[in-house]
Design a protein around this ligand. Structure first.
Ligand code: AP5
Length: 210
């Protein structure tokens, strides 16, 4: 199965991607995770993209396309894939479509997770990432020194999860990414999923629709 996950920052794309990956055995490809890992390694790519990622701006399309080409050629696509955070604008979507045509691959579904702005801001304010195992979780208000529920590691806040940068990411989403909803609706492969409620409820809706 070839899938794309769409939705605003904090909609729960990464959270749901883990559940979809497990159920269908397809590769979860998160451009955000790839970029953050390159930044952590201080690689040449990491140094080029740090400023964009930490300030909530889109990384230049040319760099993203190179990453996607590399991932697809090294992972192969026979097990299927789940793109999370890509494509991010019409230009990336057109390039992706051309790439898939060349490989003779058909995109099956684009899952658009719909969550309102107030809930997004709440979720991003509570999000923490484990320094050790990189699992994503949420903390309750005021619980800044909580430990990872999976491995007991230290929880940290993502650099782009602060007020002003969250607002910028939401603006970038509205301007650049949200037109993809119409783009994929016209192609007849869009699935709108209500992203409110618990993680399990959202997963249930996605599995039912697929
Ligand atoms: P990226 O990592 O893709 O970030 P994003 O799109 O902003 O999405 P998030 O990771 O913030 O949110 P999510 O939807 O995955 O939510 P999550 O599951 O964590 O991109 C980061 C940056 O990289 C970009 O700003 C850009 O600079 C660059 N970049 C990446 N791709 C690019 C591209 N293609 N082109 C150019 N630049 C690119 O959930 C959020 C929180 O809510 C968590 O705490 C979670 O536990 C909680 N939660 C999840 N579901 C629920 C629920 N149902 N109820 C309550 N809480 C929930």
């Amino acid at each position: 199965m070839m899938l794309v996950l769409l939705g605003p920052p904090g909609a729960g794309k990464g959270t749901q991607a883990k559940n979809i990956e497990k159920k269908f055995g397809i590769d979860h490809i998160s451009t955000g995770d790839i970029l953050r890992s390159e930044i952590k390694k201080n690689s040449v790519l990491g140094m080029k993209v740090r400023e964009y990622v930490e300030n909530g701006k889109l990384v230049p399309d040319s760099l993203i396309i190179e990453i996607i080409k590399e991932v697809i050629s090294s992972n192969g696509t026979k097990n299927g894939f789940l793109m999370d955070g890509f494509p991010r604008n019409i230009r990336q979507a057109d390039m992706f479509s051309g790439m898939l045509d060349e490989l003779g691959i058909k995109l099956d579904r684009v899952i658009n997770i719909v969550v309102d702005r107030e809930e997004i801001i709440k979720r991003l304010g509570k999000r923490r990432v484990c320094k050790l195992c990189h699992a994503v979780s949420s903390v309750n208000n005021g619980e800044d020194s909580a430990i990872c529920p999976k491995c007991g590691g230290e929880l940290i806040k993502r650099k782009d999860d602060n007020g002003e940068i969250i607002r910028r990411r939401l603006e970038v989403y509205e301007e650049e990414t949200s037109p993809l909803i119409e783009y994929y609706r016209k192609k007849g492969i869009l699935l709108n999923i209500d992203g409110s409620g618990t993680e399990e409820e959202v997963t249930g809706r996605i599995f039912e629709s697929l």
